[in-house]
Design a protein around this ligand. Structure first.
Ligand code: SAM
Length: 441
């Protein structure tokens, strides 16, 4: 999401005549797009700012700006805490950047952290940054209305709103024309996508019966994007268990160009912890959604997010997480230990009562379980043919390419005479828990 937002910012500034540089010593403006999701992400940003001290000493005209969630969370306080920073801009205020930069030219510090109910940057065609020319992100919603008790996102990115489908279709068509072969539709909760003319999703039920009947949901959006771009691969992230409907699964099954892969974060395998997390689903509901996925899309790749050591998590709750993993056997997962975030419900009302060494040990347990399950899944791919989109040179050898199959697993193979951006059929010969290794056939 931040990567995609940085492309919107680059587009806004390009219109004003700004150009990018790969060398920070040449830059007169450095913008850092920040994340607040865990404390560690914020520490990384603080360190990056300290590293820029030498740039500021070497160039007295240098302006340093902080974008994104940390800007939104800390507001003016950021300027007090970090003297090197000149600009603080929240995720809904990027159109104001050129004006704010001018203010700093006059020696003032500038802040805009106003959250919007409508802003989706729908009309802005993002400048692709560090692009491989093959895969691109397309934002479809902004903000989040879910209010998971551990999560800072609703406070830093505001209320959920969806982007006009026409502007999404236009952006994807332009990417197609430029030779891109795969797009990922992005939102905090893509299943909640709903276009009814714009504005916050919470206002939907206040609309007229006619407007409600004509609204476009995520299944319909997916169908439109897939039909309009039959030669492009379509992915999306993130799905949400409480909102994922069968109609979305049926749409995936109907279109060869929608990848058979779903990222469906569960966070915990214990219904007690899911309730404390205010996730809006139980273990049973989640497993029912997994069953529905397996019914409609039998070879679907699956991944999840997990948090260990959330408030009041017992050893029994932890074992329930491990047993859920064992049942689902995810292809891969993103795993974290709980990090208390300011102003969230959990911070205000629950006690962060699991010692760090226990949080870390439980994290280690689920990482080990995931490695076993990833290997199990990857071994099932051996001796089978996979369609792979070539994305670039493999990290280990210039004689090899890497790409991903429909299930989103990385595949490495000898180049032969093929090129980046082509689809190839690869037979898998061996694997590790992270990678499939094969040859073009
Ligand atoms: N919107 C998605 C969802 O609802 O699942 C993902 C949001 S978040 C950017 C990505 C992941 O970070 C979450 O799924 C969760 O596992 C993790 N996360 C969020 N808040 C956290 C916290 N306070 N401590 C540790 N991990 C956290």
């Amino acid at each position: 999401m931040n990567f995609s937002d940085s492309e919107i910012v680059a587009s806004i500034l390009k219109k004003e005549g700004y150009v990018t540089t790969q060398n920070s010593n040449e830059a007169n403006l450095i913008l850092i797009n920040t994340c607040s999701i865990r404390e560690k992400a914020e520490q990384t940003v603080r360190k990056r700012i300290k590293d820029l001290k030498k740039n500021k000493q070497a160039n007295s005209n240098l302006i340093i700006g902080i974008l994104g969630c940390m800007a939104e969370r800390l507001k003016e306080k950021f300027l007090e805490e970090e003297k090197l920073v000149d600009l603080v801009i929240g995720p809904d205020a990027y159109r104001d950047l050129p004006t704010l930069i001018k203010e700093t030219d006059e020696g003032r510090k500038a802040v805009n952290v106003i959250l919007s109910k409508e802003e989706t940057y729908g009309d802005i065609n993002p400048v692709r940054l560090n692009s491989n020319g093959v895969t691109a992100f397309v934002s479809i919603t902004r903000g989040c209305d879910n209010m998971c008790s551990f999560c800072v996102v609703p406070f830093t990115r505001g209320r959920e709103r969806s982007r006009n489908p026409n502007s999404i279709i236009k952006e994807v068509a332009e990417l197609n024309k430029l030779g891109y072969k795969e797009i990922t539709l992005l939102g905090q909760n893509v299943d909640s996508y709903l276009w009814f003319g714009g504005g916050p999703k919470k206002d939907f039920l206040k609309l007229s019966a006619e407007k409600i009947a004509n609204a476009i949901d995520f299944a319909e959006l997916l169908d439109m994007v897939a039909k309009n771009n039959p030669t492009m691969r379509i992915r999306f992230s993130t799905s949400n268990p409480q909102d994922m409907k069968d109609s979305v699964l049926q749409t995936i099954a109907q279109h060869d160009n929608i990848c058979n892969y779903i990222h469906l974060p569960v966070q915990s395998g214990s219904s007690k912890i899911l309730e404390l997390m205010n996730r809006g689903h139980t273990r049973e509901w989640y497993l029912d959604r997994i069953q529905a996925i397996n019914k409609y899309i039998p070879d679907c790749g699956l991944s999840s997010d997990f948090i260990t050591g959330f408030c009041n998590e017992t050893e029994e709750d932890h074992q329930l997480t491990l047993s859920l993993m064992n049942k689902v056997k995810y292809n891969f997962s993103y795993m974290f230990y709980y990090s208390e975030r300011p102003n969230t419900f959990a911070q205000r009302k629950l006690e962060d009562n699991i010692p760090t060494d226990v949080k870390k040990r439980r994290l280690n347990d689920i990482i080990q379980q995931q490695q076993k399950d990833s290997l199990f899944r990857n071994e099932l791919a051996i001796d089978k043919k996979h369609e792979v989109l070539i994305e670039g040179l493999s990290k280990k050898s210039d004689n090899e390419f890497y790409g991903r199959n429909s299930q989103n697993t990385v595949v490495v193979f000898k180049k032969k005479n093929r090129n980046i951006g082509e689809f190839v059929n690869v037979r898998i010969n061996e694997c590790t828990s992270a990678t499939l290794i094969g040859e073009i056939i």
